[in-house]
Design a binder for this molecule. Structure first.
Ligand code: GDP
Length: 444
């Protein structure tokens, strides 16, 4: 998601890089480009206008210090505004209710309601040990009922038996009773889809709301529909007063306009992103991380969280500490970092999350295959402990020895040292960004 916007904005900041300081003129020019970038991302004009106005106000007022370039200043202002636009913090599901906590899923047909119901049910059952019951109120499409049953089976949660001959209101009532009887913590009501806003069905939703008294009403929106998703969200919100939005199919959406605008237009937070068709394909939405990703700073936080889930927890904790204390980041850490990354799987995805890497690697052959990791391993393992900790002592003869030991050329050793220096620099920069928001929120 956001690839084209990210490219566009990178161009804007590059242009500013050559300038001595921010002036009204170069701010104006940059903002013109930011505006085009947002419009191309399918953000509606009123939202773009208001965004640009606040960036302008803040950029002009920003005090000019010698240590910061105009490009960096602008990135900071745009970043903060993007975070503001999308809602500052991650808002997780609010399930604080007398059980069963009812979650009503609403949205257009095909937006991903049933799939998202399965994803959330699975997440709650697996991560939080919640007892979950799901029920389909879609009596208009028997296939939708079967689909929910199959999704519930995959998710390992209970599904209410219901028939298309019942009224949705009756099923909702039965679901509530069944949830109470079985001691379920959470009840998901998957409602009937509609192809477009339909008053009769909307009235039905309002009735179901009053019967089920949900703590969460999640509007499920297909991110690929861009501005339309935002408009439909607004209509649903007007009738139902939704509590949050789940944006699906973000894996297929290059523009990201809905993610940027939905909060601004509806006043309701995006709580989750759907990132694949699979039942694990859902992530909490973190505006600050998404803003960093858009601006090509990468998403170290998501990277670290992924690491936390997939590799040894203790190793990750050490790694995080090093990330923040870049001074102590040695070749040994570099090696363990690479080994961790290897364990985490899909390289190309992960590489994008490391700050600066996405932009730096553009157009280059990203040859981070297993062979290369093995070579790096061989080189570092050929070093003495002291050399690994103090790479500065690596003179020509030491390098030759290491190259021989690892069965590579001296140029390979130099290349690795260069990569290491770059990583070290990035770690430092990340360290400066501070611990703001680090590991905050996590999960539901
Ligand atoms: P509903 O009619 O709103 O219940 O929508 P469904 O849950 O049936 O989803 C419609 C289609 O979108 C299905 O083919 C899903 O597999 C697909 N889908 C849902 N969420 C995602 C997502 O996050 N990513 C991708 N790639 N596909 C999704």
């Amino acid at each position: 998601m956001f690839d084209s916007l990210s490219d566009r904005l990178d161009g804007v900041f590059k242009k500013l890089r050559g300038r001595g300081h921010l002036t009204e003129d170069n701010i104006k020019e940059a903002l013109r480009d930011v505006r085009v970038a947002l419009l191309e991302a399918d953000v509606s004009l009123p939202v773009v206008k208001s965004f640009i106005a606040s960036v302008k106000e803040k950029a002009v007022g920003v005090s000019v210090t010698k240590s910061v370039t105009p490009g960096q200043q602008m990135i900071k202002v745009v970043h903060d505004e993007l975070v503001e636009l999308m809602g500052a913090v991650n808002e997780s599901l609010n399930l604080a209710a007398q059980p069963p906590a009812v979650v009503l899923m609403a949205g257009l047909q095909g937006s991903g309601k049933t799939t998202t119901t399965g994803k959330l049910a699975k997440r709650l059952a697996e991560r939080e040990g919640k007892r979950v019951l799901v029920a389909s109120l879609d009596v208009y499409r028997p296939a939708a009922m079967d689909q929910l049953r199959s999704v519930a089976e995959q998710a390992g949660v209970a599904c209410l038996d219901a028939s298309p001959d019942e009224k949705p209101q009756v099923i909702a009532q039965r679901a509530l009773e069944a949830a109470r009887k079985s001691g379920a913590d959470v009840l998901f009501l998957d409602t009937a889809g509609r192809l477009h806003i339909d008053e009769t069905l909307m009235d039905e939703l309002v009735e179901i709301k009053s019967i089920a008294n949900p703590v969460e009403i999640l509007f499920v929106a297909d991110s690929m529909t861009g501005q339309d998703a935002v408009n439909v969200a607004q209509s649903f919100n007007e009738r139902l007063d939704v509590t949050g939005v789940v944006l699906t199919k973000t894996d297929g959406d290059a523009r990201g306009g809905a993610a940027l605008a939905i909060r601004h237009v509806t006043g309701k937070p995006i709580k989750f992103l759907g990132v694949s068709e699979k039942l694990d394909g859902i992530e909490p939405f973190h505006p600050d991380r998404v803003a960093s990703r858009i601006l090509g700073m990468g998403d170290v936080l998501t990277l670290v969280e992924t690491a936390m889930e997939k590799v040894d927890l203790e190793e990750s904790a050490k790694l995080q500490e090093k990330l923040f204390k870049s001074k102590g980041f040695t070749l040994e850490d570099f090696l363990s970092q690479m080994q961790q990354v290897k364990k985490m799987g899909s390289m190309s995805e992960l590489v994008e999350m490391i700050p600066g890497v996405k932009q730096a690697m553009k157009g280059k052959d990203v040859n981070l295959d297993d062979g290369q990791i093995k070579r790096v391993e061989a080189i570092i393992l050929s070093m003495t402990k002291e050399e690994r900790r103090k790479h500065q002592i690596l003179n020509a003869s030491r390098k030759r020895r290491i190259a021989n030991g690892a069965g590579v050329q001296v140029s390979d050793v130099n290349k690795l040292l260069k990569q290491f220096a770059m990583t070290q620099k990035m770690m430092k920069r990340f360290g400066k960004l501070g611990k703001k928001g680090f590991m905050r929120g996590g999960g539901l």
